[in-house]
Design a protein around this ligand. Structure first.
Ligand code: SF4
Length: 509
């Protein structure tokens, strides 16, 4: 079996989904190959010659190896300015391979006239793999891997829209060159699509099977091996990934203690709209697996990829530190407002917590069904600040429940408590097609494609995207208390690298 993670998404850590599949196959002794094309592909493009001769591109190409070694070393996060310059130069070296209407970056890939949200455009990408800028890399790589891999299955993990064109180009290439190969596709994006679209009907000549949700049972079944009781919670295996190559100041090891979300009630959230099941890994297994992974790979940081770390896991980490710095998403809860508990988390190596604060308006938080109010947000922020745990805060604007006055309250809240916020992510709300609010709003297609996951909607209070953009650009981002927080955000890699910086003007932890 061959497992592939296509480009392009931030190439800073081995992909957790594929590592879990590799873990399930390894546990049952199934031979398999793994290709993380998301790191191999961009590095190939960055290192290849290109026609662009402008000063910046020539410099970025010439200094590529030096910049990569710097970014991969602990020095990479010592000085924010030097780090930012190196990241932007590596980005430039990759982006120079853009062409044929494709725009490539370290974090994304788009196409001028085609949309990854139109199945006909994805079929076009599959029919013409030679037109994909990554083809020169993936054609020989896939040929060689298929020749070496046993079995007749190639599985693709597709999680982001930026991966879609190249994933389909790679699958189209394999279908053409190896017609008898069984092609399987899964991952977060496929799961979201499958919650509302019959993918099998659209891509029947190309993909033999689509898998929604965790794919461990499916890949074992495809290998002719009966899954057992441990298959669903097999430890991720990172041995087949090029751990030295990722662009990060040290190994970031991703680990999920659960899939889905234990809260699952926020009205705006795709997890709720798609009705994804919450499945925690039993805590004893979490302890064993974490211990094993940390001692085997000695990561610079453990990235918990849970939608929200369950309270039991946070308590466990506070008592038994994993042996490496760690970060992840947590919910705003009473427990996190306890200064003593936050001090224990800090002592356990908590290098950053990501918090979905969403709004500074209690009316909005209530309507969102977030399950907390601004008073609790503030107590949590202060307890984490006092314990020395940097916070990456997520704010959401433009939900149907928000007015401009509410957005003002959010600005006031963030500005007044900016000393508690190390990093900020500002998002404008997209309405999931299956949102509980979709029926009561006037909606229209947002991206104009049959694979679109979101709807545009007429805001009941006229607080539309144009007005929100003006508010964010002219008032929010320019606020003297907010602007320094936004400047601190690591370029391109944002929250994936933020834990390496202390959250105070770019100093390393
Ligand atoms: S806590 Fe996060 S993942 Fe869970 S339902 Fe709310 S927004 Fe979604």
């Amino acid at each position: 079996m061959l497992l592939v993670h296509p480009p392009a998404s931030r190439p800073c850590e081995p992909p957790p989904g594929l590592a879990r599949l590799s873990g399930a196959l390894t546990a049952r002794g199934v031979a398999h190959e793994v290709i993380d094309a998301n790191i191999e592909g961009p590095l190939h493009l960055a290192g290849s010659t290109c026609k662009r001769r402008d000063t910046w591109t020539v410099r970025a190409k010439k200094n590529l190896e030096r910049n990569l070694s710097f970014l991969r070393s602990p020095e990479g996060c010592r000085t924010f300015d030097r780090y930012s310059r190196a990241v932007r130069d590596v980005e430039r070296a990759v982006a120079a391979a853009s062409g044929g209407g494709f725009r490539i970056s370290l974090a994304d890939m788009t196409q001028e006239t085609l949309s990854p949200l139109r199945s006909t455009d994805l079929l076009l990408a599959a029919e013409h793999p030679d037109g994909n800028p990554f083809c020169e890399y993936f054609a020989p790589r896939l040929r060689e891997a298929i020749a070496r891999a046993s079995g007749d299955v190639a599985g693709f993990s597709i999680n982001y829209l930026g991966q879609a064109f190249t994933a389909f180009a790679m699958m189209g290439f394999l279908r053409r060159e190896f017609p008898r190969l069984r092609i399987v596709a899964g991952g977060g994006l496929i799961t979201s699509w499958m919650s509302r679209i019959d993918l099998g009907a659209r891509f029947s000549g190309l993909v033999n099977r689509f898998v929604a949700g965790p794919g461990e049972v499916a890949v074992l079944g495809l290998s002719g091996v009966e899954p057992d009781g441990e298959t669903r919670h097999a430890a991720p295996a990172y041995d087949r990934f090029p751990l030295e190559d990722y662009v990060a100041p040290g190994l970031i090891l991703a680990y999920a203690t659960s899939t889905g979300c234990f809260w699952g009630r926020c009205r705006f959230c795709p997890e709720r709209a798609e009705e994804n099941a919450y499945t925690p890994v039993p805590l004893d297994l979490v302890k064993d697996q974490l211990r094993g992974l940390v001692s085997r790979h000695v990561p610079a940081v453990v990235h918990f990829t849970d939608n929200a770390l369950p309270a039991a896991v946070l308590r466990h980490l506070s008592k038994e530190p994993p042996g490496a710095p760690w970060y992840g998403f947590a919910r705003v809860t009473e427990e996190l407002a306890d200064p003593g508990f936050c001090r224990l988390l800090a002592a356990s190596g908590c290098a950053m917590l990501k918090l979905g604060l969403e709004s500074g308006s209690d009316r909005v938080l209530d309507a969102m069904q977030k399950g907390f109010d601004t008073a609790l947000s503030l107590r949590v922020l202060k307890a984490l600040r006092d314990a020395g745990v940097p916070v990456y805060a997520y704010l959401l604007f433009g939900t149907p429940y928000e007015t401009e006055e509410d957005a003002d309250r959010t600005l006031k809240f963030a500005a007044e408590h900016s000393d508690c916020i190390s990093f900020l992510n500002l998002a404008v709300f997209n309405l999931p097609t299956k949102s509980p609010d979709a029926d009561r709003l006037k909606t229209r297609q947002f991206y104009g494609g049959d694979l679109s996951l979101y709807l545009d909607f007429e805001h009941p209070g006229g607080w539309d995207r144009r007005r929100i953009k003006v508010f964010l650009d002219r008032r929010f981002r320019r606020h003297t208390a907010i602007a320094p927080i936004l400047r601190r955000d690591p370029p391109i890699f944002t929250s994936n690298h933020a834990a390496f910086f202390g959250g105070r003007d770019g100093e390393a932890t």
